[in-house]
Write a protein that binds this ligand. Sequence first.
Ligand SMILES: [Zn+2]
Ligand SMILES: [Zn+2]
Length: 242
Amino acid sequence: MDVRETRGLEHGVTSGKVPTHYLSDGEIYYLWFFIQGAIMDPFVRRQLRNSWGFCQRHTVGWLSVESAFHPDYLHGPSILLSDLIERAHNCLHRYKVPLILATGLKNKRPCFMCALGYNSKSAGYAREDIVELGSDVGHLVRFAVETKPYWQKYICPRCVPNTGGVLCRSHLIQELSHSRLSSIPHQQQFTDYILEQLALLGRSFQWEFRGSETTECQASLISAAGWLNGWTELMNFVDKRK
Ligand SMILES: [Zn+2]
Ligand SMILES: [Zn+2]
């Protein structure tokens, strides 16, 4: 039995029961390092802009680790997601030709955690207490469930059938590749709204505005992550653990 199986059993996880962990130890260690300061490094930020953040797995993992270490202070995600949504917002307002807009919204680089080789089998070198704390997915699950009334209407209907929201970036690119621009006004409204909510959330981290955050502006973190990187993994993560 490996370390992960042992940890799972400590949390009461056996086959067929609700999973309580998500990332490998190596991924937790990297993301712990990332949220300590690498997120602000200009080179890393440039990489993240070129890849529009992380892949679906590492987006969920990043939010999970941030929530585990800073349950009431998701300042890092508010900054990065706001930066990326603003970039998308500028593309949506600037480019009027479908293929040019699609090119602007495409990944220029792969997820850099995947590119570095991090996956579900990556071993960790972090202290055991850091891995233990970082593997607690309960904070993100609670956050997602509490804010769901404000983000569920934006779930991409192609990522998750029988929802009627806003096409995520990837499915919007597919639409644009067929020269269809009909969903652009809706996309513009969506990014206007998310930027406004992320700004309110970001402001609440300033001392003079402390306590001003609302469930609605907190939900914009989930909406932004889902739009940027797709909803499938995020919804599976929440649905399996709530
Ligand atoms: Zn990845
Ligand atoms: Zn989608």
